[in-house]
Design a protein around this ligand. Sequence first.
Ligand SMILES: [Zn+2]
Length: 100
Amino acid sequence: MKGVATMETINEQKFALVVEQAMTKTRDSKRWQNAIRRAAEMIQTNPFTHWTGSALLIWSDSGEIYEASKVCQCRAFTKHQPCKHRAAYRLVQRYNETSH
Ligand SMILES: [Zn+2]
């Protein structure tokens, strides 16, 4: 399967703003802030992510494919912990909703 770069033409300024807003919203949760930081890095460096319109497909380093939306299939999610996949989903969703 071929990966499709979600952020091939990423507007870095706009993306940074989305990340900043997400960090502000989650300032009470260190775990979410960590997840967001890792998610932002992943979006910018992992070309194997694909936005389906309702979920973010992520080919992980370990060779697994996650379909992240409000739910995820990773270990953190099953333990009810924040995960970078869902954080990435929210960042991409917000990025796509932001028109400027
Ligand atoms: Zn996850």
